[in-house]
Structure formats: structure tokens, C-alpha cells
Write a protein that binds this ligand. Structure first.
Ligand code: PEP
Length: 252
């Protein structure tokens, strides 16, 4: 089995509210991360990507972007392109976060275009998928995730998918304090890897790193990370506290 290096990201969402505060947060994350067990990524809001990149450039942390628009340039007011964030030093880009899907109406066709554009731009997509509470209750978790995976990865080669990150984020666990039980998450991750093996091949599926996301804290990280198919976490709330996020990067 291929050894997968753990990778954990901090999605700051629309936080913090000023550049000064973003700089402070970046400094505290950089200090707390140290030489962490997991590869770390921070995803600041667009206006803070450049300044945060300056602060973390000599650390082991990687720079991320929370989204991009799939067109290259032109009359798209308010939008930000792949090459723009790439030119700031971004390595990883989120696609398909549930807040983008619901609040900003990113559908699977748009998410697929974004994934392809991120790869074309020389960056690595972190593709977020996951079922809602209603879907979970109706036992549709696996089928919903399988459909999202197939649609969002359409046209992505095995070579490219190998370097990608998939984030399994049950919508009912995001920002709710309801962390998915680690055994349940492991079952879904194992299913996703099998699905990737059927879409591509086993070696490709074994190389893909699959993160869990949804109310991860220092209290839940160790058990989640002990699961064989959980290769890291995508962290929202707890990533806004440098010490907490540092502890999550330095899981036991
Ligand atoms: C997220 O937004 O990706 C997330 C998992 O948020 P939280 O950790 O706050 O649940």
C-alpha cells in the first residue's frame, strides 16, 4: 500500500475581518505548526492570500485559495481566476465546499470546470463532497458521494487525480459541533477509495489523500487520524485559533 503523507487544511472562510487580524492569525498558526506530523495548508480569504503567503513562506505551511472562477480573465465582476491565485504562491484550491454549493449555487458542472481549471493552472484541487442530513438519514450517503465524485472528476486523468485531495465533509457535521464518528467516517472513506479504484485503478485510488471535514477539534483529531483511510482533516472553526490548529496538525 502506498504511504500517504497526512495533509490537513484550515479553511478560514470569511474570517478574520481585517488584514491585521489575518496577519496575526497566520503568525500564530506558523508558530504552532512547527514541524508538524501533517502537511499543513491555510486557506485565507482572497484579499489576505498575498500577505499571509509572505508570512508563511519560510515555514512548512502551504498556501491555499478557497475557490476560483473557471474562466481565465475578462468581464466577470467580482471573480478571481486560477492564474491570479497561482501568481500569489497558491498550491491548493478548494472546489465544491458545501457553502459554495448551497450559498453560491456552485453545481457539479461548475465544480468540474473549476477542478479542471485548477489542474490546468498547475495547482492541486481539494475537492469537497458530502451528503446533507436528510440524505444521511435516508441512507443515501454513499450514493450521493459517488455521484458527486463522478461528476466533479469528469475528464480528470489518473495522473492528475493521484495528486488530488478529496475532502469528505458531511454537511450535517460542518460548523455544528457534531463530528462524524470516526468509524462512520472511515467506512465512507473506504467506500470513496473503492469508488476511485473503479473509476481509475487501485494504485491511483491508494495514492489519493482523503480528508475528513466537519467540526474537527483537538479533542477529535487523534481518533479520526487513527483510521486507515483518513489521511488528514479539513478544519473550519478550529483553524481560526492558531494553537488549536497547531494541535490538529500535530495529531498523535
Ligand atoms: C469546513 O468548513 O470545511 C468545516 C469542516 O468547518 P468546521 O470545522 O467549522 O465544521
Amino acid at each position: 500500500l502506498a504511504a500517504r503523507q497526512p495533509i490537513t487544511g484550515g479553511n478560514w472562510k470569511m474570517n478574520p475581518t481585517s488584514l491585521d487580524d489575518a496577519r496575526e492569525l497566520a503568525k500564530s498558526v506558523a508558530a504552532a505548526a512547527g514541524s508538524s506530523a501533517a502537511e499543513g495548508i491555510v486557506f485565507p480569504p482572497y484579499p489576505f492570500i498575498g500577505p499571509v503567503g509572505e508570512i508563511i513562506k519560510d515555514t512548512k505551511l502551504n498556501l491555499g485559495s478557497q475557490s476560483i472562477f473557471f474562466e481565465d480573465k475578462g468581464a466577470y465582476t467580482g471573480a478571481v481566476s486560477a492564474s491570479m491565485v497561482k501568481s500569489l504562491g497558491v498550491k491548493y484550491v478548494l472546489a465544491g465546499h458545501s457553502e459554495r454549493r448551497t450559498l453560491f449555487k456552485d453545481n457539479d458542472a461548475a465544480i468540474n470546470k473549476k477542478v479542471l481549471k485548477i489542474i490546468e493552472g498547475g495547482m492541486i484541487p481539494v475537492l469537497c463532497i458530502g451528503e446533507t442530513k436528510e440524505e444521511f438519514d435516508a441512507n443515501l450517503c454513499e450514493s450521493v458521494c459517488a455521484i458527486q465524485l463522478a461528476k466533479d472528476l469528469a475528464g480528470v486523468s489518473a495522473a492528475d487525480v493521484k495528486t488530488m485531495i478529496i475532502a469528505y465533509e458531511p454537511v450535517w457535521a460542518i460548523g455544528t459541533g457534531l463530528v462524524c464518528p470516526s468509524e462512520t467516517a472511515q467506512k465512507v472513506h473506504k467506500f470513496l477509495r473503492a469508488k476511485l479504484a473503479s473509476m481509475y485503478d487501485q494504485a491511483t485510488a491508494d495514492a489519493v489523500r482523503i480528508q475528513y471535514g466537519g467540526s474537527v477539534t483537538p479533542d477529535s483529531v487523534d481518533e479520526l487520524m487513527s483510521m486507515p483511510d483518513i489521511d488528514g482533516c479539513l478544519v473550519g472553526g478550529a483553524s481560526l485559533d492558531g494553537e488549536k490548529f497547531g494541535r490538529i496538525l500535530n495529531f498523535n
